[in-house]
Write a protein that binds this ligand. Structure first.
Ligand code: AMP
Ligand code: ZN
Length: 138
């Protein structure tokens, strides 16, 4: 997709209004239009980067401290007990907007599970084969 057609480029750069909770020269942090819980936010880099594989080191290094700052503010302002950081890469992983974004999802005591999977089981031999395959690709 061309960045001229990217909704998150337009939001991040202020061409389309959003519920902004933070902005600096690199990022805009907005509330998700369809929140998984009250306060669900998205960190958007202003630069059009498709997914985590396109992040440069400078932007990447700034994202987690920013997520921690926003999460800390959520605890104070909203009374959430914790928060999940979720970041989808590729359609198969659930990415629907192909401009990198990091979800910050507040979690409230007694609230529903938001990020979960069914733990599988694997033999040490199969784990090692999988690990070797990934190591070889690094
Ligand atoms: P993902 O599935 O990780 O690509 O997440 C995309 C997220 O963007 C979803 O949670 C949507 O609800 C959210 N979203 C899509 N369009 C907008 C918008 N215009 N403003 C705010 N959030 C949006
Ligand atoms: Zn974009």
């Amino acid at each position: 997709m061309k960045k001229e057609d990217c909704i998150f480029c337009k939001i991040a750069n202020g061409e389309i209004p959003s519920s902004t909770i933070y902005e600096d020269e690199d990022f805009r942090v907005i509330l998700d239009l369809n929140p998984a819980s009250k306060g669900h936010a998205l960190i958007l880099p202003k630069e059009h980067l498709k997914d985590v594989c396109e992040l440069n080191a400078d932007i990447a290094a700034k994202i987690l401290p920013l997520a921690a700052k926003i999460g800390t503010a959520m605890k104070k302002a909203l009374g959430c007990a914790g928060f999940n950081l979720v970041q989808n890469n590729g359609e198969a992983a659930g990415q629907t907007v192909f401009h990198f974004h990091l979800h910050i999802i507040p979690r409230y005591e007694g609230g529903p599970s938001i990020v979960s999977w069914t733990p599988g089981s694997e033999s040490p031999g199969k784990l090692e084969t999988t690990a070797a395959g990934i190591r070889a690709a690094l």
